[in-house]
Design a protein around this ligand. Structure first.
Ligand SMILES: C[S@@+](CC[C@H](N)C(=O)[O-])C[C@H]1O[C@@H](n2cnc3c(N)ncnc32)[C@H](O)[C@@H]1O
Ligand code: SF4
Length: 481
């Protein structure tokens, strides 16, 4: 295979990392006590904001591409108990941070399929709305799965003033959907849209590019069809992270589904996607999320925080993530909740921190605003840039890389700060990796390599089930054993 530079850039393929950016090398000597101390003493700096993420690890589907499948469980009949424990962890963790009581920018409840909580979503929504700092400026988002959501659940969301509902579609093409083990029919989409119609300001549909069996024409047709649907007000278009989905890698390796599209096609799919949003006047309001400003009231637009819940936007941000697999990120702390639902449940019941201690870290990533900026629709402000320089947070190599990316036309410059060109958006994952310091970059590379090795292990059949494999906290068991 030849490795030609794509679209005149330095890159020969699209980034393989899209959810792994915040990784730090594990710290075997860390203790729960040290983590608790780090949370309590995290500095509250100018520009601090508080964002909450609550994970619901229940799902009735087993989509092949799913990055979250390692934690997904089918024992959703314990919903009431789960909701109680989730709120318990939320109170404990939010209460331990020095920003408790300060304004909450956003609350997102994701999964899995939070709709499987059924009526048990009520105590969760009541608890978050009762937190001091929650106001009518706080974004309140809930994810659901089209096939399992019911009208009564949507009524509950409307009654609690939810401002954003998000669901996955990935592709409208029946063949691609079948490869991904998704329901072929789109009847669920029509039903859910009719229940939501005009009742929640932001209705967001997720798409993925780079899926096996996809072609450029199909990606463009899907996007155009969704943009033409007035009941959908926002669209997130993600780049497939195959390394986060061993089940998908295994199915490609054993020939049950086609390979992912070639690199140039993948790059053009991203270019055409972002180009279509820009041409139609949709606004970027998340890493990969665009919204049609003509379809949402200005207040709802203002409330959009642009969080896709996978990490903090900057060093100053407090992202408190609760539930199995959720990640927290605060100045000087990164926490990874236990992926295994049972283990997480026992830890919360015991009152211990339900995290995988050796995967957490207490490193102060003062350069975070630099490498997270490609992910932020707000870009990098001059104030953030100056603050990092004054704190001596950037290495010489990081500054040189930044200048080179400006020179190559991937980063744009204005009086207010820095942003991404269209090409910069296409290669945003690479930009994040390239702008990290050496230790951060090696952690990302190691994480990707591990994900791909898990995929190969799944293909060899050395693990009982490719979804169970997708628990990175147990990866060494599968790879070493
Ligand atoms: C985990 S789902 C939760 C929502 C809900 N269960 C659903 O699928 O409708 C959130 C979104 O993450 C995205 N996603 C999951 N795995 C991914 C992967 N390996 N690469 C890129 N995006 C992925 C999909 O677009 C999906 O809709
Ligand atoms: S993508 Fe959503 S519906 Fe599919 S398995 Fe993952 S959590 Fe479930």
């Amino acid at each position: 295979m030849t490795h030609d530079a794509l679209l005149g850039t330095r890159y020969v393929q699209l980034a393989r990392n899209t959810i792994d950016y915040w990784m730090r090398p594990g710290a075997p000597s860390l203790s729960e006590k040290a983590l608790r101390r780090a949370i309590e003493s995290a500095p509250v700096l100018p520009g601090a904001s508080l964002r909450l993420y609550l994970h619901v690890p229940y799902c009735a589907q087993r989509c092949r591409f799913c990055a979250f499948s390692g934690g997904n469980s089918l024992s959703w009949r314990d919903a009431q108990r789960y909701a109680t424990l989730l709120v318990q962890q939320l109170h404990a963790q939010w209460g331990a941070t020095p920003v408790r009581g300060q304004p909450i920018r956003s609350v997102n409840i994701g999964g899995g399929s939070p709709d499987l909580l059924g009526e048990s979503i009520d105590p969760v929504l009541e608890a978050v709305r009762a937190l001091p700092g929650f106001s009518d400026a706080t974004e309140l988002g809930v994810e659901l799965s089209l096939a399992t959501a019911r009208p009564a659940f949507i009524e509950r969301l409307v009654a609690h003033g939810v401002t954003k509902v998000s669901f996955g579609l990935q592709s409208l093409d029946a063949t691609v959907r079948a490869h991904m083990r998704q329901p072929k029919t789109l009847i669920h989409l029509e039903r859910v849209l009719s229940w939501l119609d005009g009742r929640v300001p932001i209705v967001n549909a997720d798409l993925i590019t780079g899926l096996p069996g996809q072609d450029r024409a199909g990606v463009v047709a899907d996007l155009e069809a969704l943009m033409a649907e007035p009941r959908i007000t926002a669209i997130s278009s993600y780049l497939l992270t195959a390394g986060a989905a061993p089940a998908l890698v295994a199915a490609i390796e054993d020939g049950s589904i086609p390979a992912v599209p070639p690199p140039l096609d993948q790059a053009l799919m991203r270019l055409e996607t972002y180009g279509a949003f820009r041409r139609a006047g949709w606004l970027r309001r998340g890493t990969n999320t665009y919204v049609d400003p003509s379809r949402v009231p200005p207040k709802a637009l203002q409330r959009m925080a642009g969080d896709e819940c996978i990490g903090a936007a900057s060093y100053e941000t407090f992202l408190v993530g609760v539930g199995p697999q959720a990640v927290s990120s605060m100045p000087g702390v990164r926490l990874e909740n236990l992926v295994d639902v049972e283990a997480w449940t026992h830890a919360v019941e015991r009152g211990s921190l339900p995290v995988h201690v050796s995967k957490c870290s207490t490193v102060h990533q003062r350069d975070m605003a630099l490498w997270t900026f490609p992910l932020r629709w707000e870009g990098l402000t001059r104030r953030q840039w100056d603050a990092m320089r004054e704190a001596d947070a950037l290495t010489y190599a990081q500054r040189r890389t930044f200048e080179a990316l400006q020179h190559e036309g991937l980063i744009t410059t204005s009086d207010e700060g820095f942003g991404l060109s269209l090409l910069g958006e296409v290669f945003m994952g690479h930009l994040v990796r390239d702008l990290k310091c050496d230790a951060g970059r090696s952690a990302v590379d190691a994480y990707i390599a591990e994900g791909e090795a898990l995929g190969r292990a799944a293909a060899r059949g050395t693990a009982p089930d490719a979804n169970a494999l997708n628990d990175r906290q147990r990866a060494r068991e599968w790879l070493d054993g």
